[in-house]
Design a protein around this ligand. Sequence first.
Ligand code: HPA
Length: 237
Amino acid sequence: MIPTPHIETTDKSLIAKTVLMPGDPLRAKFIADTFLEDVIQFNGVRNVLGYTGTYKGRKISVMASGMGMPSIGIYSYELYKFYDVENIIRIGSCGGYTADMKLYDVILAKDAWSESSFAKVQGGYESQVIEGSAELNARLLEIAKEIDIPVHVERIHSSDVFYREDFNAYKEIYEKHGCVAVEMESFALFHNANVTGKKAACLLTVSDNLVTHELTTSEERQLAFTNMMKIALEMAE
Ligand code: HPA
C-alpha cells in the first residue's frame, strides 16, 4: 500500500485494530514507554507519534490526534479508511462545566454536542449530537468497574474554540444541551466512525474547571491520567 499524506507506514499490519488516541504526541510516547512491550513506532510525520506494542500480551496501538476537530478528523479518517483500524478510543482532557466535575474525575462521553459544521461538511449529517459506540462504551464501563475506577457517563461539548471572548457561554451550553464538560475532538471522531462503519469512544479526565477555576499542572496531568489510560489499555486484543 502507499502511505497516506499524514501516516507514513506502508504496512497495515503494523497498526492494531484498536488505537488509543491522546491529543498530545508526547502522551502517546509516554503510554508506549510506560505500559507497552515490544514497541515499534509506525508514525512520525509532523511528530504525530504512533506506536504499536503489547499490553499484557495483547496488541494495541497508540497515536496522537493533535488538537481540534480538523486534526482528529484527518488522523481518525486515515486510520479507519486506509489502515483497517476498527476501534479508536480517544483519551483526552476536558474542562468541567459544573462544580461536580472534580479535577481528575474520569468521564465517558455518552455523546458529543457541537456547534461545529464538521459532520455536515464532511458527510451532510445535520444533527448537532453524535453518540459514541454503545458496544465500546459498555466494555469500557465493565473494565472501569472491574478495576474500581469511578466514571461519569455524560454528554460533553466538542468546541472549535478554546479561548472564547464570552467566558460565560459555557453556562448556556450546560443548561440548554446538558454538556457537563468541554473538549475539542469527539464530535468529529464519532462522525468519522459512523461514516466509515467503525467504532469510537472517548474517555476524558477533568484537567480544569470553568466554574471553580481549578487547574492541574502538566506534570500532575501526566500522572493522574493513568487511571483513564489503564481503563483504555484493557481494550487491547
Ligand atoms: N476547553 C476546551 N478543551 C479543553 C479544556 C477546556 O477548558 N480543557 C481541556 N480540554
